[in-house]
Structure formats: structure tokens, C-alpha cells
Design a protein around this ligand. Structure first.
Ligand SMILES: [Zn+2]
Length: 251
């Protein structure tokens, strides 16, 4: 029994290929790969990429299920509201669990904008929601401690809605992948999400609000006016770093 050189699964000596990843695990192949480390590296990185894509696909499917459930509950809610319209006035509430109905009430505007691909409205709504949850007034901003203390469930829900409705193009988890892939370099990040064009930092009005806006373009968390201006006492890079720390890199 020895581990597969690609995925690490323990392979009995009589296996020809790894049952997990399909790699050739014969002694001949092991010898050849030992002499060609670049092939081994290529195989491993391909395998890791597949694993990441699989994880993203599974996550996306889970969100789709959740959205379908929400839509189902919403329709059920509407139906019951109509059926029982007479009874509601008599004091009988529609038969829907308060958790889901509350979720729907709160996030419906965001789901609506995202479904219409109204990225500008969705982004504005998201920003106001963040300030509201953080207990800040309109036009405020969050400092590092406030970002660190921002409720995880709220962050995840907002991210999942963005991710699901944009079919994996937008959301903080997408931005985090780009951020960590850029080594936490704000300039590089901005080039990749097109918050900077050439050497020119974009103003908010110059963002791409079209259907095919670049990957990671939204939502906008670390700045509101121009991509090179910070918020409050923090630079845009510092603010983004605080938020991205909430989405640590996949191991
Ligand atoms: Zn394997």
C-alpha cells in the first residue's frame, strides 16, 4: 500500500490505477514520474483545480436548491394569503414558518434586482444592508473591528445570493479567490476585476453595469466613489483586506 502521487489515496500494490483520481500507480509509472517531477506537478495542480471546481459546483447546487425552496415557500405564502384573505382579517396568520417568511421579506429586493441583473441597484441595496446590520447610518462605513465583527450568517447569505443569481460571476467568495490569487495586492486585484483600466482608477459611474460585467466586478465593498479612494480612515486596500479575511483561501 502506498499513496497515490497525485491525490494521496492509499493504493494497494495490485492496483494499476488510483481508484480516486485515475492516475497510473504501477511501479513503472511511479519510477517514470520520479524522473519527471514537472509531470507530477502538472498532475497535482490539475487534480487540485478539479477539486476546487467540484466544490464550487456543489456549493452552487446547494444554493440553487435553497433558492428553489424559497421560491416555493413564497408561492405557497402567496397562495395561502389569497385563500385565507378572509380569515387573515379574522386574526389567522398564513401557514408559513416565520424564519423563511422573514428571510424572504428581508432579501426579496436583493433577489429581485439580481434576477433582473440590475447590478447597480443590487450593489446599492447590499451596501445599505451592510450599514444597517452594522448599525451605522446612511453614508457611513465600517472600520476593521466592525468588519471583523460583522455577522457571519448575514455575510454568507448576501454572498450566496450574489453568487447564485450571477451564476458564479459575482460575490465576495469570487472576489476572495481573485484577491488571494493576487497575493492580496490591491492593484493587481483591481486590474483583474476591472476596477482599474490601464492606469486609470474607475469612478463608480464608470463601472460596467452590463450583463457581462467582468468576473468579480461586484459587489463593491471597499470604496464607493472611486476605486483608489478609501472609506473613512482606511484605504480601499485595507478595507478590502479586512473583508477578504472573512473569506480565507481554500486550502
Ligand atoms: Zn489518486
Amino acid at each position: 500500500m502506498s499513496p497515490c502521487p497525485i491525490c494521496g489515496t492509499d493504493c494497494p500494490a495490485d492496483w494499476l490505477t488510483c481508484a480516486n483520481c485515475g492516475w497510473d500507480v504501477t511501479p513503472e509509472s511511479r519510477l517514470a514520474i520520479a524522473q519527471q517531477p514537472s509531470h507530477l506537478h502538472w498532475g497535482r495542480s490539475l487534480w487540485q483545480r478539479l477539486q476546487r471546481e467540484l466544490a464550487l459546483t456543489q456549493r452552487f447546487e446547494a444554493i440553487e436548491q435553497r433558492l428553489a425552496q424559497l421560491e416555493h415557500d413564497r408561492l405557497e405564502h402567496d397562495r395561502l394569503s389569497q385563500d385565507e384573505s378572509g380569515q387573515i382579517s379574522a386574526g389567522i396568520s398564513p401557514g408559513i414558518s416565520p424564519g423563511i417568511s422573514e428571510f424572504d421579506d428581508i432579501y426579496h429586493p436583493l433577489g429581485f434586482h439580481l434576477a433582473q441583473q440590475e447590478w447597480r441597484e443590487a450593489d446599492a441595496w447590499t451596501w445599505e444592508r451592510i450599514l444597517e446590520v452594522a448599525g451605522l447610518n446612511r453614508g457611513g462605513w465600517l472600520d476593521g473591528d466592525e468588519i471583523a465583527a460583522f455577522p457571519q450568517g448575514e455575510l454568507q447569505t448576501l454572498d450566496e445570493l450574489w453568487y447564485a443569481y450571477s451564476e458564479g460571476r459575482f460575490g465576495w467568495s469570487v472576489q476572495a479567490e481573485i484577491w488571494w490569487g493576487s497575493g492580496g495586492d490591491y492593484n493587481q486585484f483591481c486590474d483583474r476585476v476591472h476596477w482599474r483600466s490601464g492606469r486609470t482608477w474607475l469612478y463608480y459611474e464608470e463601472l460596467n453595469f452590463a450583463r457581462q460585467a467582468p468576473r468579480g466586478h461586484f459587489p463593491v465593498l471597499p470604496w464607493r466613489k472611486r476605486a483608489c479612494y478609501g472609506l473613512g480612515g482606511l484605504t480601499a486596500a485595507e478595507t478590502l483586506n479586512h473583508w477578504m479575511t472573512r473569506f480565507p483561501p481554500l486550502s
